[in-house]
Design a protein around this ligand. Sequence first.
Ligand code: NDP
Ligand code: OXD
Length: 322
Amino acid sequence: PGHRSCRVDQVVNLMSVNITFCCADTQSESWLTGLRAALPQASIESWVPGAKPADYAVVWAPPQSFLDEQTQLKAVFNIGAGVDALMKLRLPIHTKVVRLDDAGMSVQMAEYVCHAVIRHFREFDGYAADMAQGIWSFRKPRIRSDFPVGVMGLGVLGERVAKALASFDFPVNGWSRSVKAIGTVRGFSGEAQFDEFLAATRILVCLLPLTPDTRNIMRLETLGKLLPGGYVINVARGAHLVDEDLVHLLDGGHLSGATLDVFRTEPLPSEHPFWRHPKITMTPHTSARTLRDESIAQIVGKIVAMERGEPVAGIVDPVRGY
Ligand code: NDP
Ligand code: OXD
């Protein structure tokens, strides 16, 4: 959708609505242009210290000083799905935190994860290396049922990923907090079924939010429970994975490889051993990008709904942390 399609302010009076924009590592001008085109009556400005307190904020990893100045915020719109950076801060009481609810990310995530799983399963890296050396040779086809994929987190992104993997006939296991029934996906839930989920999984995909319960969830003890020759795909947050434990299990042979899109420190420091590990494939936090136009349309739609007193999707539960 373009900006024009979300010009909705005619139906609700947004004259007095004040929106502030405070997003780290983001080109603010294009966002401000898009937001202003969609809500021409509202006042929409980049935050500067000491600015007038706003009714709504559009943020990515804002500083605490930004939140400390906000005395009348109705809602904070995070321009990503993961709110871990925001939940570490002191938020004004009564302010709702709203995450991006798909906004074009789930299809990107499904592409990325299916690509990584298929590249590993079909041994495309091995073929690429052979062809680069002029070698024309076939490998014995692998048996799909020997490669059950386990998706940790069956939310907006995980559910789409699990369904996409199932469409390629991979056996798919899913693990979430609450019980889920998703097509042919074998559902596991809660801590009580975590070990059973791991033991039934060879390729592990992490799509959990980062919370105190999920930090370091991929470590020696848990990754060691995957089927031998296990493979790790982390597309959620770097702090879900204990880096040294991954390297230890790759070097020891229990794990056969990993595809990583997210890291504890981003950009990944040049001295980090992941850069040189032959069994690790990396991308720079790009598996599911925030799409500006889709995100603006979603945020604007939610501001209008809130002004009308209607409920909106994607409100973060401060107790669960996601
Ligand atoms: P959702 O909040 O929609 O889904 C989270 C899922 O995780 C739910 O199924 C939830 O279970 C499950 N879960 C949460 N805590 C636990 C727990 N302790 N034990 C078991 N299951 C748990 O998130 P999204 O799918 O939208 O996004 C997931 C994460 O992906 C984001 O938080 C973000 O960090 C990351 N991300 C990464 C991107 C990238 O480019 N690399 C882009 C976008 C997001 P239940 O359903 O029972 O609540
Ligand atoms: C997100 C991200 O959380 O880009 O949306 O990581």
